[in-house]
Design a protein around this ligand. Structure first.
Ligand code: CMP
Length: 139
């Protein structure tokens, strides 16, 4: 089933000029980048985006990291896009990520792990709506 997922190329990756290389992995996997914008995430946006992790000990560090340098927010579309992109990203901790995945190829640590992808269709819809309107998405 064609669906959408939300992706972020994180500051550790934009800092190292990896946007194009990460997009190539995404596109080679058959996902279409149907919306994309490079932004500086505000503290308010980051706190809201990671609200579910507010009680975690790494929350403050995570918000600081996500606002430290530009990120690229994206909407990806394709068959089973949520599960597909999670497969393409690899495990949260790059040490556990499978060969060929974005995190195995490029991530530096569990915190600075190059990309974010939605974990469910419900969260994908909420996350997309935080950064894009329907008019921004061109399928
Ligand atoms: P992400 O998929 O964006 O969603 C939550 C993020 O929290 C996760 O990727 C990691 O970047 C971050 N995270 C998870 N565990 C840790 C940790 N132990 N220390 C710092 N950041 C973490």
């Amino acid at each position: 089933m064609t669906e959408r997922t939300f992706s972020i190329i994180k500051p550790d990756a934009t800092r190292r000029n990896l946007t194009g290389k990460i997009n190539a992995v995404i596109e080679d996997a058959g996902l279409r980048i149907v919306a994309q914008r490079r932004i500086r995430m505000t503290e308010g946006q980051a706190r809201k985006f990671y609200e579910v992790h507010a009680a975690r000990p790494f929350y403050g560090e995570l918000v600081e990291f996500m606002t430290s340098e530009p990120v690229v927010v994206q909407v990806l579309e394709g068959a089973n896009a949520v599960a597909k992109y999670r497969e393409v990203m690899g495990a949260t901790n790059p040490a556990d990520a499978a060969p060929g995945t974005i995190r195995k190829l490029y991530a530096e640590s569990v915190g600075e792990n190059s990309v974010h992808g939605s974990d469910s269709q419900e969260n994908a819809a909420l996350e997309i709506a935080q950064f894009f309107t329907e008019a921004d998405i061109v399928g």
